[in-house]
Design a protein around this ligand. Structure first.
Ligand code: ATP
Length: 522
């Protein structure tokens, strides 16, 4: 956008003095935000800062206590998401709202029957419109493909298409890149730039500062419900943004020191595991994690990492192979048995496995230990002991919550993740299995969790780290196993591993394609 253009363009959206209070917390405290036509505006803030709340107000999901929303200079009331959609505001959610068994076109048209003319929905025309829209924004999509068979990156494009099909002018993307590979991120950025070039306004939420610097035209930072700064990418950098967000200096790289591994704690031999649909996702994996080391598993999401981890911690039965822990065969043991054997697990999907959202945070913090001393005597729970532990954990891990008694579901996404990590890290452990442990966390929290993991390692815990963040794998791992199509195709020394080499192995498995053909982003 030219400077002259900027001066001429009135904001497409203005949020003025937005205030939203929840019991014990002011989630949004007189927030002002304006977004111009054709602008990509990044919203940055630490976990619990109030980003999602502000977007929920915009999308009609939360009613503000104070403040005003203006669209093209006119004050509007947005009472519900359908109200927002009619006014040209749409949201691409972090947890996709698509129906996997329906096709792309069916998903895009879903809800349209009731919104447009119910009798006369021209499906043929809709299909060609979808194809045209895709092309306009730089991708070819088959409207008849089932959404369930699409990669995460493509599902996200379907969500964007759905919004465009509904004539969205203002598009909110809440951490769109959290689940994408670097290549998919590049592609989605191309789509976003085209959208902006056509005059759409984009609100982009992310914790990845380098991404924000790359894609945003302007950045607004909020902390504890208030706007604390606005920046242009050209006048700031990662350190400045991190400090602005968190309110203190943040160490962005991990100081991990040397590891001193001892004997093998976890041994996986000849493991084969199927997913829910019967596809063989893990195909003959052998690996070993020693006491006092971090073995990182690098890989593009969907190459069997989830099934591998689930088989190790007892959530999924392997159909061949063995898992041994300190020399004892634990293949097919239940998660409770694994927990008894001093194995902890931070799952990728905290909603499915990590927390019971309708339970108080305090109960969630003892979810794996509540039936034992000191939290129970016989069948009696010791409420005071549970409360004490919860309060100490909330303080230590800086979990932002009005109290430990609120329902876990009211915590911000990042603070829910911190709660799971805090619980799993609290015990004396033989093995710690971490699956995307810092997804959705702000830079300050990532720094803290990484330090805690290193401390666990140095205390002799064996750590298996699975992460789609190649940087996290490279910074944290003493050894790196690269997983490709269900196999560990290579194991590399962590401190000396080359990012490009790992990236190529992730993309090609090493043997199938010459290195120069593999597209890897740094
Ligand atoms: P994250 O990066 O972790 O997703 P966020 O910036 O999106 O964080 P919000 O989800 O907006 O943060 O949360 C802001 C505050 O509002 C938090 O303290 C949270 O506990 C509180 N909050 C949000 N929704 C509710 C709710 N429905 N009930 C009670 N409190 C809530």
């Amino acid at each position: 956008m030219t400077e002259q253009g900027e001066a001429l363009l009135a904001p497409a959206l203005e949020m003025r003095g937005i205030t939203k209070r929840y019991p014990g917390v002011v989630a949004n405290d007189h927030i002002d935000l304006d977004v111009r036509p054709g602008e990509i505006h990044a919203l940055l803030g630490e976990n619990g800062a109030g980003k999602t709340t502000l977007m929920n107000v915009l999308y009609g999901l939360a009613k503000p206590d104070e403040g005003e929303i203006l669209l093209d200079g006119r004050s509007v009331k947005i009472a519900s998401p359908s109200d927002a959609i009619v006014r040209g505001i749409d949201m691409v959610h972090q947890h996709f709202m698509l129906v996997p068994v329906l096709t792309v076109a069916e998903n895009i048209l879903l809800g349209e029957e009731t919104m447009a003319n119910p009798v006369f929905l021209d499906r043929k025309r809709a299909r060609s419109q979808i194809i045209d829209l895709g092309r306009r924004f730089g991708f070819e999509i088959d409207p008849d493909e089932k959404v369930g068979s699409l990669s995460v990156g493509w599902q996200q494009r379907v969500e964007i298409l759905k919004a465009l099909y509904r004539h969205a002018k203002i598009l909110v993307l809440d951490e769109p890149t959290a689940v994408l590979t670097p290549q998919e991120t590049k592609e989605i950025f191309t789509v976003l730039r085209r959208l902006a070039a056509e005059g759409h306004s984009i609100i982009f939420i992310s914790h990845k500062l380098y991404e924000v610097l790359e894609i945003a035209d302007r950045i607004t930072v909020i902390r504890r419900g208030r706007v604390v700064g606005e920046r242009l990418p050209s006048e700031t950098n990662e350190d400045d943004l991190a400090e602005l967000m968190v309110g203190r200096e943040v160490q962005l790289t991990v100081d991990r020191g040397e590891s001193h591994p001892a004997g093998a704690v976890l041994k996986v031999e000849g493991l084969h595991v199927r997913d829910d649909r019967g596809n063989e996702m893990v195909r003959g994996v052998d690996l070993e994690v020693r006491a006092g080391e971090i073995l990182g598993i690098a890989g593009v999401a969907g190459n069997g990492q989830d099934e591998l981890v689930e088989a190790i911690i007892g959530l999924r039965k392997p159909h061949a192979g063995t898992v041994t822990l300190d020399g004892a065969d634990v293949t097919g043991h239940t998660p409770r048995q694994m927990n008894e054997a001093r194995v902890a697990y931070v799952p990728a999907d905290r909603h499915r496995f990590g927390l019971i959202l309708s339970f108080p945070l305090s109960d969630n913090l003892v979810l794996t230990t509540y039936y034992r001393s000191p939290y129970a005597r016989g069948i009696m729970r010791d409420e005071a002991a549970i409360r004490r532990e919860a309060e100490a954990t909330v303080a230590k891990y800086d979990i932002r919550t009005p109290s430990a008694t609120v329902k876990a579901g009211t915590l911000s996404g990042g603070n829910q993740q911190k709660a799971v990590v805090a619980r799993e890290f609290s015990a004396d452990l033989a093995l710690l299995v971490l699956d995307q442990p810092t997804r959705g966390l702000d830079v300050g929290s990532i720094e803290f969790i990484h330090k805690q993991a290193i401390a666990k390692r140095d205390a002799g815990t064996a750590i298996l780290l699975v992460s789609a963040e190649l940087d996290e794998i490279l910074e944290m791992s003493d050894r790196i196993g690269v997983m490709y199509r269900g196999e560990i195709v290579r194991v590399l020394d962590g401190p000396t591993a080359d990012k490009n080499e790992v990236g190529i192995l992730m993309a090609t498995g090493g043997a199938t394609q010459p290195a120069h053909e593999a597209e890897v982003s740094a």
